[in-house]
Design a binder for this molecule. Sequence first.
Ligand code: B4P
Length: 185
Amino acid sequence: MGPPGAGKGTQATFVAQHHGVPAISTGDIFRANVSQGSELGLEAQRYMDAGEYVPDEVTNSMVRNRIAEDDAAPGFLLDGYPRTLAQVQELDSMVEATGHRLDAVVVLTVEMDEIVQRLLQRAQTEGRTDDTEDVIRRRQELYIEQTEPLVEVYRERGLLVEVNGMGEVAEVTSRILDALDSSPQ
Ligand code: B4P
């Protein structure tokens, strides 16, 4: 977890590789569907372009299907999911149904100025349609309203691993791997 631009997608790839499990990114799956022009993509695009969350029913059923695939059987890392309380509840039921358990929830903390700088830089290099100043602001608001409260939910469950997301990418990866190694789960 972490606000938009905290480095979730960047770090998920390295951490998943290290643990030999797939990184399942809801944002990436939505973007792949958008570029394929699928029905899911057409539905997701209007929300993403406005900086809004894609509705829970759509997101939940997509994740449910993805984690049922063979490569996720040994375990998986979720990037950008859950983002709402309804998604937390759905994830609990998916985890139980598949015989998995949640080992840890990593939250990346990054200063707001740095986040805006990273996303505006990405706008120039990747041209993502949701990296404009207005949409970035809306995505930050939604994170604070809907996703930040989940940090406390996972803290109470003893699953939270807070990691400083400032600094070089490789430095942050080492911090995450060390924190996971020393987490009690
Ligand atoms: P995401 O794809 O998750 O987009 P994001 O929050 O911006 O994170 P991302 O992973 O791309 O960025 P990162 O921080 O790695 O979601 C996009 C949209 O999809 C959402 O707004 C929503 O509409 C929809 N969606 C996704 N999941 C959903 C869900 N569960 N429910 C409902 N809707 C959902 O990196 C940002 C930039 O910083 C990159 O350019 C990177 O290169 C750079 N960077 C990273 N680490 C850095 C470092 N240490 N130093 C310098 N730069 C760094």
